[in-house]
Design a protein around this ligand. Structure first.
Ligand SMILES: NC(=O)C1=CN([C@@H]2O[C@H](COP(=O)(O)OP(=O)(O)OC[C@H]3O[C@@H](n4cnc5c(N)ncnc54)[C@H](O)[C@@H]3O)[C@@H](O)[C@H]2O)C=CC1
Ligand SMILES: O=C(O)[C@@H]1CCC=N1
Length: 262
C-alpha cells in the first residue's frame, strides 16, 4: 500500500513518516512525501522515499493520503483525491469540509508524543469508510502509538483539547515549578532537575496505572504533611478549575475552527 504524507517534514508528519519507516509498516519506495521546502537527500535515514512534485503528483502516487498541514493551510491545498482514504490530522477542519476532496474521510487526533512512538491517536470515520479502511488506519497509527475509534466527530474536538495538547500542560507546570525554585535562589540546572523529578518521574510512576491517580492523590493527602498542604493550596488557588477551564477553552476553539468563519 502506498502512503502519501502532505506536510511530511512538519512536527507530526515527520514523526509519522519516521514511525512508518522504522517499523517497516511502509517501504521507502511506497512513501510519497510533500512539503513546502522540497526534497531532502535523507528522510529518517532513507534516500529512496518518493518526493512528490505537487499535491496532484502525491495523490497519483498514493492509496492513502495523510493531511498533516496546519488547518489554515488546508484551503490552499485544493486537494482532489477521489477514491483515496484520507487521514486528516488537522484540528478544527470538519469532515464536511474535508469531503470536498472526494476521498473517504478519517479524522485522527494524535499528539506530539508521536515523536517517541507514544501518541494516543483516537480516530473517527466518516460515512463511506470501510472495515478494511479501519484496519488500515489502525495499522498506520501503530507507527506512532495506540488508538481507539471514536463514535462521533464531536469527540474529535474533545480529543483535540486532550490528548492533542500532548506535552503542553506538563511543560507549563514544569515552567512554573522551575520558576518557583529559581525565585528561591536555587541554581538553574538544579531547579529544572527538581521540576523534571515531579513532572517526568511522576508521569512515569503513573504510566499504565493512570486510573489509580485518585488513590494516589488520596494517599498523599492521608499523610497530612507537606504535599497535602501543597495540594490543598493548589486546589484553593483553583488548580482543578484551571485544568477544566483550559480544556473547555481548547475544545471551544476547535469547535469554532470547525464551524468556520462567522
Ligand atoms: N503538533 C501537535 O502537537 C499536533 C498537531 N496536530 C495537527 O497536525 C497538523 C500538523 O501540525 P504540525 O505538524 O504541528 O505542524 P507543522 O507546522 O510542524 O507542520 C506542517 C507542515 O505542513 C507544511 N505545509 C503547509 N502547507 C503545505 C502545502 N501546501 N504543501 C505541502 N506542505 C505544506 C509546512 O511547511 C509544515 O512543514 C495540524 O493541522 C495540527 O492541527 C494535531 C495534534 C497535535
Ligand atoms: O494546538 C494546536 O492547534 C494543535 C492541534 C492539537 C494540538 N495541537
Amino acid at each position: 500500500m502506498r502512503i502519501g504524507i502532505i506536510g511530511a517534514t512538519g512536527w507530526l508528519g515527520s514523526a509519522l513518516g519516521a514511525g512508518l519507516l522504522s517499523r517497516g509498516i511502509v517501504q521507502p519506495g511506497d512513501l510519497a512525501l510533500l512539503n513546502r521546502s522540497g526534497p531532502r537527500p535523507d528522510y529518517h535515514g532513507h534516500a529512496d522515499v518518493v518526493w512528490a512534485r505537487d499535491v496532484a503528483d502525491l495523490v497519483a502516487q498514493s492509496d492513502v493520503i495523510v493531511v498533516s498541514v496546519r488547518p489554515e493551510d488546508w484551503p490552499e491545498l485544493a486537494l482532489r483525491a477521489e477514491g483515496r482514504l484520507i487521514l486528516s490530522l488537522m484540528a478544527g477542519v470538519n469532515a464536511r469540509e474535508l469531503a470536498r476532496c472526494g476521498g473517504r474521510i478519517v479524522r485522527v487526533m494524535p499528539n506530539a508524543a508521536a515523536e517517541i512512538g507514544a501518541s494516543y491517536s483516537p480516530f473517527w470515520s466518516a460515512e463511506g469508510v470501510t472495515d478494511t479502511d479501519r484496519d488500515t488506519v489502525r495499522h498506520l497509527l501503530s507507527a506512532i502509538g495506540t488508538t481507539d475509534e471514536l463514535s462521533s466527530e464531536a469527540e474529535i474536538d474533545l480529543m483535540t483539547a486532550l490528548p492533542g495538547s500532548g506535552a503542553a500542560y506538563p511543560a507549563l507546570m514544569a515552567v512554573a515549578m522551575a520558576g518557583f525554585m529559581r525565585a528561591q535562589g536555587v541554581a538553574d540546572a538544579i531547579a529544572w532537575r527538581a521540576a523534571e523529578a515531579a513532572v517526568v518521574g511522576g508521569a512515569r510512576l503513573l504510566e499504565r496505572r493512570i486510573t489509580e491517580a485518585p488513590a494516589l492523590v488520596a494517599a498523599y493527602r492521608d499523610y497530612r504533611g507537606t504535599t497535602a498542604a501543597g495540594l490543598e493550596a493548589a486546589e484553593a488557588a483553583g488548580f482543578s478549575r484551571a485544568v477544566v477551564a483550559a480544556l473547555e477553552a481548547a475544545t471551544e476553539k476547535a469547535r469554532r475552527m470547525a464551524e468556520g468563519p462567522a
